[in-house]
Design a protein around this ligand. Structure first.
Ligand code: TNX
Length: 532
């Protein structure tokens, strides 16, 4: 009898404890990436149930949209209705008054969860954190039976850097609107806030410019390897800008110049540099030399290029038609671009004379300013005089970053050895290049932007950007394989403070993120550095 009672008591105790906290994972072990500034776990657990609903506190379309995203994320796997409204709910999104910032907090009690921020962007980031605090099964797109628990506690969080970017090179291989949107979704979940689109290069011109239609008719036709290219119509581009903005991501369009311009030079002969010969003929320059095979009274277009060499093309920096062209392109782009930046490229202009390069970069910055925007350019632009507010994107040369700093300009950190997503993981990688480095996951993770470059400190840095060049990358599967998991590592470099970051802890969290990617159908690289 005594024995039986003991068993019953044990069973009751077991069911009570499993009722209080069935399988709930402590908040700091849920695998949140990027790691928040602080996570406090407390006892007790919140359970999402069929009666759960989202309560919006505050007003505005942005707030409503964040509420809708959260509901849309929670509905498929749970099968719950999750209505969104201003009536009482157990998932509270609270827009608090005060100067808008990206900072947010999440309080998790047994009966409710509240995300608070002074901005809708902050609530969006809080929502992304909450999703990662839920069991990974929440990623399923059809109903799964599960206890949807979140441990009680409090999270406080804010980003380390204002600019957290990713770049897609849609020029070497064209990337469809659909694939760009898919990338934007992933960026949003990792709290990136800038999408840089590399819209033109030697191998392709990818944005419709109404005043210069041959750019896309001719320059958009092909891509690396000679396959069919493509381009964004202005409507496509606006659609991307809107899709990104809905996720608090600002698009930065890049027209790379004066080098990396073969696609434009193939579309319009008059943009080509050349020399007037004594007999009245005009000779064009090809790969930096006079091409005596192509003589005409008018400059001829360059030939279409589908290889992967860099540094052979240049605009004619001494002709007014070039600046008319650049101004037309920038004017049309500005009309479609609400964000503050236009990226003017400026890298690897190996066949532009140094003085001509400087003259060109200075003039183009003036044009960007005239249309109310700020310029970003690859670090070489710092060899010219920078206008106030222009940003140098460090990719290769420390001395250029320092030239920018000396001029009082900020630096965007994209060191090729750490942040380039097109670099191979190791010598066995079948995709990617390795001119800068092999970049394993820990290489992408273990660096501090504030100490990476001699002389460049935290206050000189606008942010961090992870570029994906596409010479060897031709499909969504290729993009995913190169970007993930490294994009998540770089998201944490950009968002979380160096003090908060820890590789051993990241190894555990990225393994959990990998389970999410598996459910999402994202074919990521299973780095041997992680116990997936
Ligand atoms: C260098 S990075 C380039 C790109 C290439 C990339 C390949 C930079 C500013 N220029 O044109 O695509 O290397 O890794």
């Amino acid at each position: 009898m005594k024995h039986t009672l003991q068993i019953i008591a044990a069973l009751v105790a077991f069911s009570i404890s499993s009722c209080q906290a069935p399988n709930s994972i402590p908040l700091d072990q849920t695998g949140i990436i990027p790691i928040p500034s602080s996570i406090l776990s407390s006892s007790g657990v919140f359970e999402l149930g069929s009666g759960s609903s989202i309560q919006l506190v505050g007003s505005g379309e942005d707030l409503k949209r964040v509420g809708d995203y959260l509901a849309e994320k929670l509905r498929p796997a749970t099968g719950y209705d999750i209505p969104v409204g201003t009536g009482k709910g157990d998932l509270i999104l609270e827009l608090i008054s005060g100067e808008a910032s990206e900072k947010y907090s999440i309080e998790i009690k047994s009966d409710w969860i509240k995300i608070s921020s002074t901005s809708a962007a902050g609530l969006y980031y809080g929502m992304q954190t909450l999703i990662k605090a839920l069991p990974v099964e929440i990623e399923n797109t059809s109903v799964v039976a599960h206890d949807w628990l979140v441990s009680n506690g409090k999270i406080e969080d804010e980003p380390e850097f204002a600019y957290r970017g990713a770049m897609l090179d849609v020029a070497r291989h064209f990337i469809s609107v659909e694939d760009v949107k898919h990338y934007i979704d992933q960026m949003g979940s990792l709290k990136f806030n800038y999408l840089h689109l590399h819209l033109s290069d030697d191998q392709g011109w990818r944005i419709e410019i109404k005043s210069w239609p041959k750019l896309t008719e001719i320059g958009g036709k092909t891509e690396v390897g000679g396959t069919e290219g493509g381009f964004f119509t202005q409507e496509d581009y606006v659609e991307i800008v809107k899709y990104a903005a809905d996720r608090f991501i600002t698009v930065v369009p890049e027209i790379d110049m004066p080098g990396h311009t073969n696609a434009a030079l193939a579309s319009y002969g008059e943009l080509n540099p050349g020399v007037n010969l004594p007999n009245g003929d005009f000779a064009i320059m090809n790969e930096g030399k006079i091409d005596f095979d192509i003589l005409d009274k008018n400059p001829q277009p360059a030939e279409i290029y589908t290889g992967i060499e860099v540094g052979f093309s240049t605009f004619a920096t001494n002709k007014e038609i070039t600046y008319t062209f650049v101004e037309d392109v920038i004017r049309e782009l500005v009309e479609l671009t609400p964000g503050p930046y236009i990226h003017i490229g400026g890298d690897e202009s190996h066949v532009t004379e140094k003085a001509d390069y400087i003259y060109f970069v200075e003039r183009v910055q003036e044009i960007v300013t005239k249309y109310g925007k700020k310029s970003i350019g690859w670090d070489e632009i710092a060899t010219a005089k920078l206008l106030p507010g222009s940003v140098a994107q460090f990719w290769a040369l420390e001395e250029n970053a320092n030239l920018a700093k000396e001029q009082g300009n900020q630096i965007l950190m994209s060191p090729a050895k750490r942040a380039y997503l097109d670099m191979q993981y190791d010598s066995t990688s079948t995709l990617g290049l390795h001119w800068a480095a092999y970049i394993e996951l820990d290489d992408a993770y273990n660096w501090d932007p504030a100490t990476y470059s001699e002389g460049i400190n935290k206050s000189d840095i606008l942010g961090v950007e992870a570029p994906l060049w596409t010479e060897t990358i031709a499909s969504r599967a290729d993009i995913e394989y190169m970007a993930f998991p490294r994009l998540a590592a770089l998201a944490e470099v950009a968002w979380s403070s160096n003090e908060r970051r820890n590789w051993e802890d990241f190894q555990k969290r990225i393994a959990i993120q990998g389970k999410r990617w598996d459910i999402n159908g994202i074919g990521f690289y299973r780095s041997p550095k992680v116990n997936w």
